[in-house]
Design a protein around this ligand. Structure first.
Ligand SMILES: [Zn+2]
Length: 339
């Protein structure tokens, strides 16, 4: 009984410490609707007139507009690090409850990575994002809902990026101008929009396929470091690499602890994936040097400038309510357990 009491109390305290971002946000993991004020940031006459695809559209059905998962890339797509023996480390789809341990591990090894974060997860776990950022890692956008961008309208693509941008701004007060489209799915239409919004596209040339660990019961997590071992053994190219891993699931977040030693043993220079083209740079800039007016229209209720007092009030109310609830439950549990 006492153990249950402690476990439940810790669970409650964890949730209090990881309160979601205040304010009104779109539904998590759902494609967002267009926001007119943001749509006007892009000159649509300069966006390639490629069709909006179904998520089930196969590569065989798409022969033009250079869709990246179909074997076509433009020079603006960054797939690897330019310097041989540089290894760009990246983790997608977080932040999650499993990211914190991953950050602790990377910090213990004095390694920095790029985290491509999903806006819905930033909304849910802003304190985890803060831990990533405060530990010196690189932060980049991975859209609000993790929907294939070629399946969305121009206006929806913009809103997916800007809501994520806004969530990052509210959580850690920085702006990032680096993006990875979910599934690496982009074509010339998507590239034009992301380019006009000022974003650099980072893809990868080494996919750990670690996401299968969550969906395939026969997946052996040792295959993840095994992939790295195999890539290293056959690495005869003239460039470095960028690997894709995920911190959304426990098994994949833990896999980094077996992957990093493989790279270290082979004497690779491990760097954040998004910045290996410009050593020493980061994807983020402080909001003190960013024109928030151009990135956050006044019509958005979460505007960190115009709505700060309201957001803070909501946040404070939430914290007090959560603390009160925690105290109440703790007293009741104590009473039930020991009296
Ligand atoms: Zn992803």
């Amino acid at each position: 009984m006492a153990k249950s009491f402690i476990a439940l109390s810790l669970f409650i305290l964890f949730n209090v410490a990881n309160a979601a971002l205040p304010g009104t946000w779109p539904a998590v993991d759902q494609p967002v609707a267009a926001v007119a004020a943001w749509s006007s940031l892009v000159d649509m006459s300069k966006v390639t007139k490629a069709p909006q695809l179904n998520q089930t559209t196969t590569c065989a059905q798409v022969s033009s507009f250079c869709r990246s998962p179909c074997g076509c890339n433009r020079p603006s797509d960054i797939l690897n690090c330019p310097t041989k023996k540089d290894w760009g480390l990246s983790f997608d789809d977080g932040p999650s409850p499993y990211t914190s341990r991953l950050v602790d591990f990377l910090d213990s090894q004095k390694i920095k990575a790029t985290f491509f974060v999903v806006g819905s997860r930033v909304y849910q776990f802003p304190e985890v994002l803060k831990k990533i950022y405060d530990s010196g890692h690189d932060i980049a956008v991975h859209t609000w809902s993790h929907t294939a961008l070629t399946s969305l309208s121009n206006e929806q693509i913009i809103a997916e990026i800007k809501y994520t941008e806004l969530a990052i701004q509210q959580a850690i007060n920085v702006t990032t101008r680096t993006v990875r489209p979910p599934y690496g799915d982009c074509d010339d239409r998507v590239r034009d929009i992301l380019g006009q919004l000022g974003y650099k596209i980072i893809l990868w040339d080494r996919d750990a396929s670690d996401f299968l660990a969550n969906s395939n019961p026969n997946f052996n997590v040792n295959w993840i470091p095994g992939n790295f071992t195999q890539w290293i053994a056959t690495d005869t190219g003239t460039t470095g690499h960028i690997s894709l891993e995920h911190d959304l699931y426990q098994k994949t977040a833990l896999a980094a602890e077996s992957v990093v030693p493989v790279l270290q043993k082979a004497q690779y220079n491990i760097v954040p994936a998004a910045t290996c083209t410009t050593p020493g740079a980061t994807s983020t800039t402080s909001n003190t040097t960013t024109d928030a007016a151009t990135s956050t229209p006044a019509s958005i209720s979460n505007d960190p400038q115009s709505g700060s007092s309201q957001s803070n009030a909501v946040s404070l109310d939430k914290s007090i309510a959560s603390l009160f609830t925690t105290c109440l439950i703790t007293v009741l549990l104590f009473y039930q357990t020991f009296l």
